[in-house]
Design a protein around this ligand. Structure first.
Ligand SMILES: CC(C)(COP(=O)(O)OP(=O)(O)OC[C@H]1O[C@@H](n2cnc3c(N)ncnc32)[C@H](O)[C@@H]1O)[C@@H](O)C(=O)NCCC(=O)NCCS
Ligand SMILES: Nc1ncnc2c1ncn2[C@@H]1O[C@H](COP(=O)(O)OP(=O)(O)OP(=O)(O)O)[C@@H](O)[C@H]1O
Length: 203
């Protein structure tokens, strides 16, 4: 099974790329954002630790995590973000490793793992390749305001909490430039898949 890590800054199109490869290549996909969200549900051990660390003010009226409120805190204060990361990230990695084992046993050929934080969390050790989905930050800002209704301020703070372009370039094996139309991105993805198939045939 080939494990490919899909990374890049917020709003670079990682999910869109993964969904395309899921549809066209039958790849199995795993998003750490989603895994994290499940592990933070009311009543879980992560949830418990978050409430102990951040207090009940990060809960909504239903007693679940108020993600917007928590985002406000952790994207403004590095020390708080590190505390949240230290609660959530190890649990996410454990879950991801379980999923990988399950798919390996099923005979899955391509497993795609998506996160903005693959490099920080040393997923290089788990992935056979890392792909950097690159989009110029001004275009990412426009897409995030338009599609998610994020404020410019929120986007700025999240971007500041993520690695700069050069670090992604230093750690990734391939770069997909998704700044243009998605049709242009598809062309790059097809080229990469062709290269992967050729390498596999040769080895
Ligand atoms: C702060 C939280 C509650 C905000 O939740 P919300 O549902 O509003 O946003 P979501 O989780 O979809 O994240 C949106 C985007 O923000 C970026 N982001 C999220 N967490 C982080 C982080 N710790 N550092 C840098 N960027 C991050 C990613 O690009 C992500 O795609 C949530 O992001 C969180 O718990 N983050 C810490 C855990 C984490 O790193 N999760 C993601 C990978 S495991
Ligand atoms: N080439 C493109 N042209 C226009 N819009 C695009 C393109 N690629 C992605 N988008 C849009 O940009 C937005 C962000 O893309 P997506 O959600 O895939 O990013 P992401 O990298 O997964 O974000 P996050 O870091 O939050 O997980 C989405 O609304 C998506 O439809």
């Amino acid at each position: 099974m080939k494990i490919i890590g899909i990374t890049g800054g917020i709003g670079s199109g990682k999910t869109k790329v993964m969904e395309y490869l899921q549809e066209t290549q039958g790849a199995v996909i795993c998003r750490t954002d989603e895994v994290g969200r499940k592990l933070q549900r009311k009543g879980t051990s992560c949830f418990q630790k978050i409430v102990e660390t951040f207090g009940e003010e990060v809960l909504n009226t239903k007693g679940s995590l108020d993600r917007e409120k928590l985002a406000e805190i952790v994207f403004s204060q590095e020390e708080k973000r590190e505390r949240l990361n230290s609660i959530v990230h190890p649990a996410v990695k454990e879950e991801v490793l379980k999923k990988i084992e399950k798919e390996r046993k099923k005979g899955t050929e391509i497993f795609l793992l998506e996160s903005a934080l693959l490099i920080e969390d040393s997923y290089e050790q788990i992935c056979d390749e890392l792909w950097y989905i690159y989009v110029e930050s001004s275009i990412r800002r426009k897409r995030l305001v338009y599609t998610r209704g994020y404020t410019e301020e929120k986007i700025e703070k999240i971007m500041a909490a993520q690695l700069p372009k050069q670090s992604f370039l230093d750690h990734c094996n391939r770069v997909v430039d998704n700044s243009g139309s998605f049709a242009e991105t598809i062309q790059q993805l097809e080229q990469i898949m062709k290269d992967l198939t050729e390498r596999q045939t040769k080895s």
